[in-house]
Design a protein around this ligand. Structure first.
Ligand code: ASN
Ligand code: ZN
Length: 327
């Protein structure tokens, strides 16, 4: 696929939070400009590559030597590094070769927009903002953020849950759950990308799977819930939102499913939770699945993997019971 003029190298870089990182990069010999080093990782067998680009110039990050340490490089270093971690998780844990399971290239763009406090999967690639420095820092610094966005890519290539109402909330929940499984130190989403000012204000993360209600929802959503204005963790607290608001609450009602997964993991641990949810996502769920379909798919997956009446199947059902999602 690529010429003999490209050689895999181990590069070094500094991440957004100052971490020293080792990176798989490429040494490229250009006839005119000479040798340069690019954030292109062709080291994984049967993977087209992991490629990290600068959004404003649309160019791949490159350097005259193998060390990426400038301030401007840092978000790219983290995007490149975290992409490989997420790739490795799906391959090692689930035997999945990239987002499409066919080795498609994993492409990220950093430095999107101005003071942009978000990141997204656009249907083909990841895009990360730099944050405004008040609420957030560059979003690629969060392994869970990268894992969330890349999981949207896995979902597009599997259950393909439509991005509205309950199927959309399932789409968001699977992105959060795998985000929390891959960034496995806690059950929070986005704890590493909150800027100091946000933390000082009590905003330690974006969302919590263990206790969704610890954060308020946006003001415009409040009237559609039970009046408390918190992220829901039970069907009693479901937000009945119109399509025009967060696609019918995809980032809000997702926390009910998030919490069910968290509760199940308390019984059986992270690894089995991942196996069960991955099987549900890739074998049973469909574009129009609702919460009750997810309950069924997840219990069935637990039965497939661990047996009828197993503790794992009980725990899978128990998570849904606890959040009020029944057959
Ligand atoms: N970070 C958000 C997400 O991945 C962006 C969005 O709303 N599409 O869900
Ligand atoms: Zn998402």
């Amino acid at each position: 696929m690529h010429s003999e003029k490209i050689k895999t190298q181990t590069g070094t870089g500094t991440g957004v939070l100052g971490e020293h990182r080792l990176l798989h990069i490429s040494q490229v010999k250009e006839p005119r400009s000479g040798t340069e080093f690019q954030m292109a990782d062709y080291s994984h067998e049967d993977l087209e590559g992991i490629l990290t680009y600068d959004y404003p110039s649309r160019e791949i990050f490159s350097n005259k030597d193998a060390s990426f340490k400038s301030e401007y490089d840092r978000p790219a270093v983290d995007a490149h590094y975290n992409s490989e971690k997420v790739y490795d998780y799906y391959l090692n844990e689930h035997g999945r070769n990239s987002l499409d399971d066919e080795g498609m290239a994993i492409v990220s763009y950093v430095h999107y927009g101005t003071n942009y406090n978000n990141a997204f999967w656009n249907g083909r690639q990841m895009t990360y903002g730099d944050g405004d420095g008040e609420f957030m820092i560059p979003l690629s610094a969060g392994l869970d953020v990268a894992a969330h966005e890349m999981t949207h890519g896995v979902i597009s290539n599997s259950a393909n849950l439509v991005y509205r109402f309950q199927p959309g909330a399932l789409n968001e929940a699977f992105a959060d759950i795998f985000g929390a499984l891959i960034d496995d130190e806690n059950w929070e989403l986005g704890e590493d990308i909150m800027a100091p000012a946000a933390k000082a204000d009590g905003r330690e993360s974006l969302r919590s799977l263990s206790d969704p209600s610890k954060y308020p929802v946006g003001a415009k959503y409040v009237e559609y819930g039970n009046g408390e204005g918190k992220y829901p963790s039970h069907m009693d607290e479901f937000y009945d939102l119109p399509r025009s608001l967060d696609n019918g609450g995809v980032h809000i009602n997702s926390s009910i499913i998030n919490h069910a997964a968290y509760l199940t993991a308390q019984d059986i641990g992270r690894e089995k939770l991942g196996k069960i949810y991955y099987r549900a996502l890739t074998v049973y769920l469909t574009p129009t699945s609702e919460f009750s379909d997810a309950r069924q798919a997840i219990i069935q997956s637990a039965v497939d993997l661990y047996g009828e009446g197993s503790g794992e199947a009980e725990a899978a059902a128990g998570g849904f019971d606890s959040v009020g999602i029944m057959e």
